[in-house]
Design a binder for this molecule. Structure first.
Ligand code: ADP
Ligand code: MG
Length: 353
């Protein structure tokens, strides 16, 4: 950790709890008109001005969600915000505020928290959200970051998981599978490093997928694009756990089945070549890998012309009646492969067998 390298780092105890909170948050200034009272009082006060308020919380725990052996703290702060904003974007709402809870052990110096807050500040600026509060406590072991994001939207524009109808088109933004492959490269190089700390990590040429893993972005831009195209999706979700499991969530909530065409799943060329290098099936990485933070949504069949050939969107399939189930239509053969919500670990073990 940081301590070993630099003896001049500051122990958290020099600040005390209140001093630390002040130190970490003093440069945050609210920019949104919906923020009435920010950090410093007993609670924040927001003014939604007639809009509905959308909330979401995610906890990131060291050793479970991130490994500080290869995740830089600034990236961790940024990503912790992004994963929450992605949930707000998946409701088609605009994120406006966040609250940040941190539990930290005394093995972390103040400088480590400064790095995390530098990442949080960067995300706040990039997405125009205000940090309006949080909580800080000590922990006996690892680092835990819990972020609550708040967003606002007119009632009629909020999109749930439940509105898809048979024949609706299934659409995804961006490309998939990259974040999972970025993680595989980070883990590979980290174990090489643990085995022999003198070995230089071989990360060159993997930039795009490393960025997908370490510095993902929330698709808060899609809301505007859809508005410009005059498209109101019928259902929407963000891809945190993989295309397969998110499609099953839409199926479950909307009471429809889905067909996904394997050849239509968007993947970057580096994702495909890295999967091949690691003996993984790239489509499996897109279906079960997760952490891509793209949006998956359905639109009415009449919107086909508006979506077709748009650089942000890929039409990957369509909804069918619920009793027809959820299947991937295999490339070439048209064979149907059942979609399943494999967990992260199950996925890993299967591919390593
Ligand atoms: P209380 O004792 O009422 O919970 P705190 O001392 O925990 O108050 O917090 C004081 C103020 O600082 C509050 O406005 C709170 O929201 C904010 N705050 C506390 N911890 C953090 C943090 N890690 N990040 C941002 N704001 C924080
Ligand atoms: Mg508190």
């Amino acid at each position: 950790m940081l301590e070993d390298k630099n003896p001049q780092l500051t122990p958290i105890s020099t600040y005390g709890e209140f001093g630390l909170i002040k130190h970490l948050t003093e440069n945050f200034r609210p920019e949104n008109t919906s923020t009435e009272i920010s950090i410093g009082d007993d609670a924040a006060v927001l003014n939604p001005e007639g809009q509905q308020v959308v909330f979401s919380t995610d906890i990131l725990a060291e050793g479970v969600h991130f490994n500080l052996g290869y995740v830089p703290l600034k990236h961790l702060g940024y990503k912790a915000v992004v994963v929450n904003l992605s949930d707000i974007a998946a409701m088609n709402a605009a994120p406006t505020q966040i609250l940040v809870g941190v539990a930290v052990s005394n093995r972390f110096p103040v400088e480590a928290l400064e790095e995390i807050y530098a990442g949080i500040a960067l995300a706040c600026k990039h997405y125009n959200v205000d940090l309006v509060g949080g909580d800080t406590t000590s922990s006996t072991s690892g680092l835990i970051i819990s972020i609550t994001a708040v967003g606002m939207e007119k009632k009629e524009d909020i999109i749930k998981r439940s509105g898809a109808r048979p024949n609706d088109l299934l659409v995804v933004t961006g490309d998939l599978g990259g974040a999972y492959l970025g993680l595989q490269i980070l883990e590979r190089e980290h174990s090489v490093y643990l085995a022999n700390p003198n070995m230089q990590p071989e990360m060159e040429g993997y930039d795009y997928i490393l960025q997908r893993q370490l510095k993902p972005e929330a698709r808060t831009d899609i809301k505007k694009t859809l508005k410009e195209l005059d498209i109101q999706p019928t259902s929407m979700i963000d891809i945190s756990d993989g295309l397969s499991s998110e499609t099953l969530h839409l199926s479950d909530q909307s009471k429809v089945g889905f067909r996904i065409y394997e050849e239509k799943i968007p993947m970057d060329s580096l994702t495909i070549s890295t999967a091949e290098e690691l003996n993984l099936n790239p489509v499996t990485c897109a279906l079960s890998g997760g952490e891509d933070y793209e949006l998956l949504f359905t639109v009415a069949p009449q919107d086909f012309e508006k979506m077709r050939n748009h650089p942000d969107f890929s039409i990957i399939g369509h909804a069918v009646d619920l009793d027809q189930g959820n299947y991937l239509v295999a490339r070439g053969s048209n064979e149907l492969v059942a979609l399943n919500a494999q967990g992260w670990d199950a996925f890993l073990n299967k591919d390593k067998e």
